[in-house]
Write a protein that binds this ligand. Sequence first.
Ligand SMILES: Nc1ncnc2c1ncn2[C@@H]1O[C@H](COP(=O)(O)OP(=O)(O)OP(=O)(O)O)[C@@H](O)[C@H]1O
Ligand SMILES: Cc1cn([C@H]2C[C@H](O)[C@@H](COP(=O)(O)O)O2)c(=O)[nH]c1=O
Length: 217
Amino acid sequence: MSGTFISFEGPDGAGKTSALRAITATLQPMLGDRLTVTREPGGNAISESIRAIILDRANTAMDYRTEALLYAAARRQHLAETILPALAAGQLVLCDRYVDSSVAYQGAGRQIGERAVAQMNQFATDGLLPALTIYFDVPAEVGLQRIQAHRDPQQVDRLDVEKTAFHDRVRAAYLRLQAANPQRIKLIDATQTPDQVVAAALTLIKQTASGYFTAGA
Ligand SMILES: Nc1ncnc2c1ncn2[C@@H]1O[C@H](COP(=O)(O)OP(=O)(O)OP(=O)(O)O)[C@@H](O)[C@H]1O
Ligand SMILES: Cc1cn([C@H]2C[C@H](O)[C@@H](COP(=O)(O)O)O2)c(=O)[nH]c1=O
């Protein structure tokens, strides 16, 4: 595997997707087809189908372990079909969410156990972790306010509508993950302006994936 894998993490409304869009606009002209930008759950037809089931607000009967297994299934397919081939081809892979989301949302948010969810994902991913995870940190209420203020009501999904206590547990779990894995997970204060957040993320990406940015690369 010769590429570099970087994930973006954070509570709902932290600004990951907006930042990833701005970062892609900056990096695409430099890297061309050496850049893959993708997301979880999703990234290919099978995983996007699983995403639609998980996030459908009509699916109120979904058991929490079913939810965790569906995220892991979508992730396995995404890894096999999208991420591993891109890494094998030497690409820089930027992924909106990965395993840490399951540990934070299902393990802590749903309270089914961070360890159990991590173990299940160890099987799903064969232990593959990103070289860098950029964690966009915002208090839960800030993220939720952003979603309420800006998101099309049709786009608000089954996880977005969870109560603040759920999102507080998610953020606390992310902070624990960051403290336990300071080499891999780098925290950005995502209450800063969008430009400041994007600049901080680009600095981290260029440090970790420096080979893509050296002259003649
Ligand atoms: N730094 C920022 N300051 C203020 N508002 C922001 C900032 N970054 C993003 N936003 C706004 O917050 C909203 C949520 O942003 P975005 O969709 O990028 O978050 P996200 O982390 O991808 O959320 P989710 O995980 O729920 O999809 C958008 O309306 C976006 O314009
Ligand atoms: C990968 C993953 C995601 N989630 C949650 C987090 C969000 O509420 C939704 C969808 O993500 P998006 O950033 O809004 O596109 O799914 C989760 O609970 N567990 C996961 O593993």
